[in-house]
Design a protein around this ligand. Structure first.
Ligand code: HEM
Length: 166
């Protein structure tokens, strides 16, 4: 029989569970040999908690170009509640080969998960990644901002997406 119960430690993250789809915009500063980046995409992602015995959420994401013709980035991993103090750890594998460990927590508003990388492995250009996932309850939307310290630039936003539950 299906186990539909939620591990109690996941209650603070209940708002993130489900499948989401939305439009995003990406960019990054240029340099003297490179123009600033700008691109548009559509993102689909799922957060699911298939096993109530453990406080673990499975994460699966993919992006396509906004005109729908081209597959872009994809990533997957696990978000875990690691202790009794609300600490959250995410392990994310990117389609580019980068492996990330992120740590953080849900902020006092109860609807914003802020994560900062403690490990960015197998990355040539990327030194650190910050992720913010904010639930806009009034509109049942998820707003995700991703910043990175890369290619000699300080922490700068690379991606922003607004997703609706599907
Ligand atoms: C470029 C990292 C997610 C699309 C880049 C660059 C880096 C990077 C380091 C080169 C920047 C430069 O030197 O100017 C990352 C990381 C990601 C991520 C760490 C996740 C945390 C995404 C996603 C998309 C995307 C989700 C698509 C929706 C692009 C594009 C470029 C780019 C189109 C420019 C062309 C290219 O280098 O492929 N990214 N990226 N990235 N990224 Fe991302």
């Amino acid at each position: 029989m299906a186990d539909n119960s939620l591990n109690p430690k996941l209650t603070p993250l209940k708002w993130i569970l489900g499948s989401w789809k939305g439009d995003g915009e990406g960019g990054y500063p240029g340099s003297k040999d490179k123009d600033p980046l700008h691109f548009l995409y559509t993102e689909m992602l799922t957060f699911s908690a298939p096993n109530s015995a453990k406080p673990v959420i499975a994460y699966d994401q993919k992006t396509i170009s906004r005109d729908g013709t081209k597959k872009m980035h994809a990533e997957c991993g696990f978000y875990r509640v690691t202790g009794d103090d609300g600490q959250i750890e995410a392990n994310i594998a990117q389609s580019t080969g980068i492996a990330e460990v992120q740590k953080g927590s849900v902020k006092d508003d109860g609807k914003t998960l802020l994560l900062e990388s403690t490990v960015v492995a197998n990355a040539e250009k990327v030194k650190a990644i910050h992720r913010s996932l904010k639930y806009d309850a009034a509109n049942d939307q998820l707003v995700i901002l991703t910043s990175m310290e890369a290619s000699g630039h300080p922490m700068t936003q690379h991606l922003s997406t607004v997703l609706k539950r599907v």
